[in-house]
Design a protein around this ligand. Structure first.
Ligand code: ATP
Length: 473
């Protein structure tokens, strides 16, 4: 495995020459022996391909770029090409024989990753007897690693954990058995589970952009830009109360200059890795004590945007992301509150996501690293829009009434976008579950790390099963 530019990895062959056949055989023996010590490498994978993701190239990408590498690395793969939305999620939840595999791989975009996340986490909780409807439930970490082969139109999770959207690089991270722990947020409404999130929960600006773009899917990929402009011009703000439990003081600050996002050297993410289970109970007890002691902070206000960034959310358009110093696996999320301000100020704030200026350095922006939070819109939320219109239909109310209610609702409430999906409720409770999943990735590497060879990182063990060429002169 060789590093090229921009966090990309490629496959390279090494040919050893020797005059003695006996010596060559010894080499092969030793190399194979060294490889067998590297037990983190997966041997058996379950692969889901979304044939309709992105430019509909998922199947071709897997067959031409990924499968040959898995074959060379002696990894066996059971491949399922999905036939409908939620096929992968449902299969993982109920049918998949997970004991047979070392990892689950999705070939697609963020939506496909979300299916795998929900399938795997839900299955793990069900197998362990944990009720995920309970907002305080201590969720059990998933034992299988997740690999992402980017083949969607939005591949943000892959970009933020690998540093590039390249199928070969992702396949090589899977083959060498990289392991990146990752926090997962659970989202509840009134003690019932809504969704899991690993990247962005956004209310106000980002929620409105996504809702609008969903209504205009016919516009194709340009819909995100068009909805962005439209939402910016409408300049809506929403009133409500945010209450949150701040992170422990040793977890760094969202405005840390040192960006240690999930890198192997990141002490915050690697902290307590192996002793996590033992520590967890203690921490929870401490946490409950503090909450009882009213250490929840409460902020009331009018907000243009409320964002919870569980990772940097870096993407090619915003290379440092919404929260550049967010960690992937520290048990916290960065809560960014953008209060009502002028259009020009809001524009300046948005612009700073694309350059090197500090987007938090505005009087109307505040950012907190938190373990859990709740948002309550000012106007009482009677029911979700869907519940509301369903209920009205059942009770025989006229469509005019539904329209009026919807209008009222939509001017006082925004919607939450949860990793690109719209949530049906505005009043939500969010808890971060530390290191609930592991990806076949290693975070975005620093420049110095990129100078090293992947072989050095693996210590004495090699990366790939060698297709050794030897020549006897
Ligand atoms: N066979 C299928 N047919 C239709 N939809 C599917 C199929 N398989 C998966 N999906 C759904 O397609 C959605 C989008 O998939 P994916 O994230 O892979 O691609 P994308 O192009 O990045 O999507 P987006 O439209 O979100 O930009 C996912 O939410 C997934 O549930």
């Amino acid at each position: 495995v060789r590093r090229t530019s921009g966090h990309q990895w490629t496959c390279s062959d090494v040919t050893f020459h020797c005059t003695s056949q006996r010596l060559c055989e010894q080499w092969i023996h030793v190399i194979n022996e060294q490889l067998s010590f590297h037990t983190n490498r997966p041997r058996s994978l379950l692969v889901y391909i979304n044939p309709y993701g992105g430019k509909r190239q998922g199947r071709r990408v897997y067959e031409q770029k990924v499968a040959p590498l898995f074959h060379r690395a002696h990894i066996s793969a059971d491949v399922i090409v999905t036939e409908r939305a939620n096929h992968a999620r449902d299969h993982l939840k109920t049918e998949a024989e997970l004991d047979k595999y070392d990892g689950v791989v999705c070939v697609g975009g963020d939506g496909m990753f979300s299916e795998i996340l929900h399938g795997l986490v839900t299955r793990t909780q069900a197998d362990s007897g944990v009720d995920q409807d309970q907002p305080d439930a201590e969720l059990v970490p998933c034992s299988l690693h997740i690999g992402i082969i980017p083949a969607g139109s939005t591949d943000c999770i892959c970009f933020a954990t690998v540093g590039t959207n390249d199928p070969v690089t992702s396949a090589l991270h899977i083959i060498v058995g990289d392991s990146q722990p990752m926090d997962v947020c659970s989202v509840h409404h009134n003690n019932s589970f809504l969704r899991y999130s690993v990247s962005l929960l956004g209310y106000g600006f980002y929620g409105d952009v996504l809702s609008d773009s969903e209504r205009n899917r016919w516009q194709g990929p340009a819909r995100y830009d068009l909805s962005g402009v439209k939402t910016f011009l409408s300049h809506n703000y929403y009133e409500g109360t945010v209450s949150f439990l701040p992170a422990e003081s040793n977890k760094g600050d969202p405005r840390d200059e040192l960006k240690l996002n999930g890198k192997p050297v990141c002490l915050v993410c690697s902290q307590q890795g192996s002793t996590l289970h033992a520590q967890k109970y203690k921490n929870l007890q401490g946490q409950e004590r503090r909450e009882k002691a009213n250490e929840l902070l409460v902020i009331h206000g009018k907000f243009l945007a409320i964002n919870a960034a569980n990772m940097s959310c870096a993407c090619p358009r915003s290379p440092k992301g919404l929260s550049p110093s967010a960690h992937l696996a520290d048990g916290n999320t960065d809560l960014i509150l953008v209060r009502k301000c002028s259009r020009l100020d809001f524009f300046r704030h948005l612009l700073r996501h694309t350059n090197k200026d500090d987007q938090f350095d505005h009087s109307f922006v505040e950012v907190h690293r938190v373990r859990r939070f709740r948002f309550q819109p000012r106007h009482h939320e009677l029911a979700s829009l869907e519940d509301l219109s369903e209920g009205l239909k059942k009770s025989g109310f006229s469509p005019i009434c539904v329209t009026q209610t919807t209008c009222n609702y939509s001017t006082t409430h925004s919607s939450w976008t949860c990793d690109g999906e719209i949530l049906p409720h505005a009043d939500i409770q969010v808890s971060v579950h530390r290191q609930l999943i592991r990806l076949f990735a290693r975070g975005i590497e620093e420049e110095q790390q990129q100078q090293r060879s992947v072989f050095e990182d693996l210590g004495p063990h090699l990366a790939l099963e060698p297709s050794l060429h030897w020549t006897v002169d």
